[in-house]
Write a protein that binds this ligand. Structure first.
Ligand SMILES: Nc1ncnc2c1ncn2[C@@H]1O[C@H](COP(=O)(O)OP(=O)(O)OP(=O)(O)O)[C@@H](O)[C@H]1O
Ligand SMILES: [Mg+2]
Length: 259
């Protein structure tokens, strides 16, 4: 098998989506797309065009057994059954919109438990919290109860947890526009760890961070756009603008006057 062992986790070399059909049964115009480790790939398209469905196909390792008829290959082969079921070998992590922690535990306890369940050093919990605190404006303390975390704190923790503990090589993100975290830093962090990051977004900054984006229409994958130098110029402007807006927001939050 062409599998690579890193940190005792299996890391796929490529993720392949093989086309299926759109809502009317017409074949996807994109018949196959290969995605490499460290790549950020966007999914765009109007509401109802099938973005979440494509994410779900990847999450489930569809094998012509979903309405789209798509198939997912890892390293050019159908993923083994064990990769779908064994949580220690789970290849896919999903960053969801809503996170509700029901457990009556502190952040530190929860992360140590998670590390142990993954066969890892519980001291990694500290690294997760430090990393999360680079992504959120409201620092998380290991002694906090999980249930009091804000949406932004929860998502920052989840990103850091995926980067440090879960290290699932594929991360799926379905719209984090209002996540309350430094989104572009979260994407860079995950892609920088060599993960494949698949992100549904129309936020210009996030969409332009993707090297390619899959355009959905009527349930089908209609085309793949590779970003170009002109778009990257726009991206740098958008990033500067975003930095400026973030600084203004912080000034206002601190109760100061905007100069
Ligand atoms: N290839 C397909 N074959 C059959 N049904 C599909 C296909 N793609 C999407 N659908 C169906 O179309 C509906 C809308 O799809 P989906 O929720 O994925 O759209 P979306 O782009 O995520 O929309 P939104 O922007 O509102 O989140 C769903 O009921 C889904 O099951
Ligand atoms: Mg959706």
């Amino acid at each position: 098998m062409m599998m690579m062992e890193i940190n005792s986790e299996i890391v796929p070399l490529t993720l392949t989506i093989k086309g299926g059909v759109d809502k009317e049964g017409h074949p996807d115009s994109v018949s196959e797309i290969d995605i490499a480790p460290g790549e950020i790939i966007g999914i765009v398209g109007p509401t109802g065009s099938g973005k979440s469905t494509l994410i779900a196909d990847i999450e489930q390792f569809a094998f012509a057994d979903t309405p789209s008829g798509r198939r997912i290959f890892i390293n050019n082969q159908p993923p083994a059954a064990e990769l779908r079921s064994n949580p220690r070998k789970k290849l896919v992590a999903q960053l969801s919109q809503n996170m509700h922690f029901l457990a009556d535990m502190t952040v530190g306890e929860f992360l140590r438990m998670h590390a142990k369940s993954r066969g890892k050093d519980p001291r990694l919990a500290e690294r997760v919290i430090a990393l999360a605190n680079t992504l959120t404006g409201e620092p998380v303390n290991p002694a906090f109860q999980l249930t009091i975390l804000s949406g932004g704190q929860s998502r920052a923790l989840m990103v850091a947890d995926i980067a440090v503990i879960s290290d699932s090589p594929i991360v799926l993100i379905d719209e984090i526009e209002n996540a309350g975290i430094k989104k572009q830093e979260a994407l860079r962090l995950l892609a920088g760890e060599g993960k494949i990051v698949v992100v549904v977004t129309h936020d210009p900054m996030l969409a332009l961070m993707a090297s390619r984006r899959i355009v959905m229409k009527n349930g089908g994958m209609t085309k793949v756009i590779s970003t170009n130098e002109d778009e990257q110029k726009v991206f740098r402007d958008v990033e500067r603008l975003d930095g400026w807006l973030t600084a203004l927001r912080e000034t206002i939050r601190q109760g100061e006057v905007v100069a």
